[in-house]
Design a protein around this ligand. Structure first.
Ligand code: NAD
Ligand code: GLY
Length: 361
């Protein structure tokens, strides 16, 4: 195992560490010290389990790990799949002295997290993210959910993990398209809150695309530091945590309109960030040169900058289901500058209408 770092999520008695390093899944100490002593259930999927479950089992030695291997894909992020996890929890006799280990990307993490949040009114969970997106975003902060046909992540709960172990070596097997999708959420942190990181990303993007281990380690750590700050300020998203949804109101509408899985979450968020930047520019809040910088870094990451033509009416209908809607008003995360975001319902609707017409009409 090479060097590792840790980022702390400071939430009082619900605080926990995110351990980041290559080879971390080869040892069980970080997990055993954070989890209760009872039965353990690993939730994974058909793609990830053959790659990394044997490693995890070897790390736990004689301590048995029950397993629940789900079908792979966003379209299985449903109540029906969740029921499979409950069946496995019952079969493995996981009580409140047991725990769930989520081994996989954001889909596995969100389903397993919601199962852990609700099984016996809450059991411990360790997140073991194996995609870039899940290492920099979904495994951290306690949001768990499954989708409803009417919208993304509409059925869920906040349930913080006891520990996150991000093994950078797992990224070696990640398909390139998935790596790029993860970069969308990395770029998001630069755009909403961290202009210095944005500059670093603009310089170092080629190293990230080439999977340089040191560059990935830095990007994961810096992303987690940004997320840790916002989650510690606002665990349940009544304020600044909503900034993490930059690009997501547009992106979720695209994902839902196309059918879950057609576009990857990170791809939809990427084009959603372009649309949010365009809206900010139409409002006179963001300079044209800054919109160009947003477009450029997203395009250089190999991510889409043009939205699919889902139609203005459908986009509006789906955006109205966004979890940030208050009093019937769609609140958007917009930019006042690069690295300076705000969440607001106080914008000229005409600017949003113009962007929707231009991008999805
Ligand atoms: P994913 O979980 O579908 O994983 C992407 C693909 O990569 C899958 O086919 C998976 O089996 C495969 N895979 C995973 N790890 C691999 C590895 N190491 N090697 C080879 N293949 C591997 O997608 P994702 O991008 O990780 O997560 C997207 C999901 O995360 C969405 O459902 C989104 O809503 C959710 N999300 C949640 C939060 C949150 O805060 N809870 C934040 C952002 C996104
Ligand atoms: N991915 C958004 C959040 O965790 O709040």
């Amino acid at each position: 195992m090479s060097s590792s770092t840790s980022v702390q999520i400071a939430l009082g008695e619900r605080s926990y560490p995110i351990h980041i390093g290559a080879g971390l899944l080869s040892g069980a100490e970080l997990l055993e010290s954070a989890l209760p002593r009872g039965p353990l259930l690993v939730v994974s999927n058909k793609t990830v389990a053959p790659l990394y479950l044997p490693l995890l089992k070897a790390a736990f030695g004689k301590r048995p790990l029950a397993e629940c291997v789900l079908p792979d894909g966003e379209r299985y992020k449903t109540l029906a799949t969740l029921a499979l996890v409950y069946d496995a929890l019952a079969a493995a006799r996981v009580n409140r002295d047991g725990a769930v280990l989520a081994l996989g990307g954001g889909v596995v993490g969100d389903i397993a997290g919601f199962a852990a949040a609700t099984w016996q009114r809450g059991v411990a969970i360790a997140q073991l993210p194996t995609t870039l997106l899940s290492q920099v975003d979904s495994s951290v902060g306690g949001k768990t959910a499954v989708n409803h046909p009417g919208g993304k992540n509409l059925i869920g709960a906040f349930h913080q993990p006891s520990v996150v172990v991000a093994d950078l070596a797992t990224l070696d097997t990640l398909p390139s398209r998935e790596l790029r999708a993860g970069l969308a959420e990395v770029i998001k942190y630069g755009l909403i809150a961290d202009p210095e990181f944005l500059g670093w990303l603009e310089r170092e993007l080629p190293r990230l695309l080439a999977r340089d281990r040191d560059a990935l380690a830095y990007a994961v750590e810096r992303s987690c530091l940004n997320k840790a700050r916002l989650v510690a300020l606002d665990e349940r998203e009544s304020g600044p945590r909503a900034l993490l949804n930059f690009g997501h109101t547009f992106g979720h509408a695209i994902e839902t309109a196309l059918g879950y899985g057609e576009w990857l979450h990170g791809e939809a968020v990427a084009v959603g960030m372009v649309m949010a930047a365009e809206t900010s520019a139409r409002l006179g809040w963001l300079a044209a040169a800054d919109v160009s910088r947003v477009r450029e870094i997203i395009a250089r990451a190999g991510l889409p900058v043009a939205a699919p033509r889902i139609g203005v009416a459908r986009a509006r209908e789906l955006m109205a289901l966004d979890k940030k809607v208050q009093g019937g008003q769609v609140r958007l995360v917009l930019l006042k500058g690069l690295g300076d975001a705000l969440v607001t319902a106080d914008y000229d609707q005409a600017a949003l209408d113009a962007v929707l017409l231009a991008e999805v009409g």
